[in-house]
Structure formats: C-alpha cells, structure tokens
Design a protein around this ligand. Sequence first.
Ligand SMILES: CC(C)(COP(=O)(O)OP(=O)(O)OC[C@H]1O[C@@H](n2cnc3c(N)ncnc32)[C@H](O)[C@@H]1OP(=O)(O)O)[C@@H](O)C(=O)NCCC(=O)NCCS
Length: 187
Amino acid sequence: MHTSAPPRFEDAVLRDGDLQLDALTVLDAPRIAEACNDPQTQRWLPLPTPYSHDDALFYVNQMAHHSLDSGDGIERAIRLDGDFVGVIGLKETSRAAAKTEAGYWLAPWGRGQGVMTRALRLLTDWALDTQGIGRVEAHVAPENGASLGVARRAGFIEEGLMRRAGFTHAGPTDLVLFSRLADDPRP
Ligand SMILES: CC(C)(COP(=O)(O)OP(=O)(O)OC[C@H]1O[C@@H](n2cnc3c(N)ncnc32)[C@H](O)[C@@H]1OP(=O)(O)O)[C@@H](O)C(=O)NCCC(=O)NCCS
C-alpha cells in the first residue's frame, strides 16, 4: 500500500532585521523552562505547573518535531539579535480548509518592545504567501489585553466571541476569534 507523507510546513528560518524565527534546540530548554514558570505565561496558557527542564526538553525534542512531521503545524523559537526571547507556532492546521491557528508567548525579558507583533506578522505573512494557507486564526481570552493588542497590531480581524471554547488553569474561558485571510489588506 502506498502512503504519501502529509502536507507539512517547510522547516524554514524567517528573518526581519534583528528578529529571527527558527527551530528550537535543546540549548533553549533552560530559558523555555524559566519563561514557562512566569506567572503571566502560566496565567494564560495551561502549561504544566511547575514547568520543569524535562518538560522543556520534551517540548523541543518530541512535541515540536511531531507538530511538523504530522502536518499539524510548526514551532519556532523567536530570537532577537540571536537571543532566545519566546516561541511562536501554528497548530490545528487543516489542509482541506487551508487554515491554521497561531499561538505564542514571550519570556518576560522579551516583552514590551513590539517583538511579538513583528513575529506574528512575519509568521502569518509566510504562511499566507508561501505555505498554501488561506486563513490564520488567533484565539485570545477577552481579559488578555496584551495578547489582544498583539493580534490587532498584527492585522488580525476580530470575528466574535467563542463561548467557553478554551481553558486555563482557572477553568474554561471564552475566546475572542481573530483571523487574517490571504487577501486581507496587509498591516
Ligand atoms: C501576549 C504577549 C506575547 C504580549 O507581549 P508584548 O510584549 O505585550 O507584545 P509585543 O511584543 O507586541 O509588544 C507590545 C508592547 O511593546 C511596545 N512597543 C514598543 N515598540 C513597539 C513597536 N515597534 N511595535 C509595537 N509595540 C511596541 C508596545 O507599546 C507594547 O507595550 P505596552 O503593552 O506597555 O503598551 C505576552 O504578554 C505574553 O507572553 N503573555 C503570556 C502568554 C500569553 O498570553 N500568550 C498569548 C495567549 S493567546
């Protein structure tokens, strides 16, 4: 029986000036663990608590590879002048619908500089322009003002509220549905 590999994202390095999105490595694990234990990261993302160095290694060595190999998405380190400052990725990709969903976090030392706005634009433009994707979604809790700001500044259009569609450690949460389409005006 012939089985063809699933369509998958290109294992690409994306650059915009001092910003680079590339593959995670085991050398990133200590800083991933530090950032994922930050209270703001834990507030909005249902990550293991506490988040151990082994959790970070599992993410880098298993989850990120599985995402790419299965066609589900892609995980990229965000580097500013070469220094690791956070993670951005795509997940829940449907090739039939040509759609995917962006997710992201910044380490505390990467925040407040507009890095995630640039990273989200860069990854979204790449997916829409070169990876056969027609729609990129972002799902953000209505109380997560920092992330709402990122989605809006990156040119995402607010479509409505998905009631109790997500969860944090505090329990189920509503999610604001954002999207950018391939033919939307560029931010
Ligand atoms: C969501 C998150 C990534 C946003 O980080 P952020 O630093 O606020 O986002 P940006 O990188 O776009 O930076 C915006 C900030 O930089 C400032 N800034 C400076 N230069 C800027 C520029 N050229 N362009 C845009 N913003 C700029 C903005 O004023 C803003 O600061 P302010 O909030 O004090 O006004 C971060 O809060 C985080 O990791 N939170 C925890 C995890 C999380 O919530 N993930 C998202 C789940 S949906």
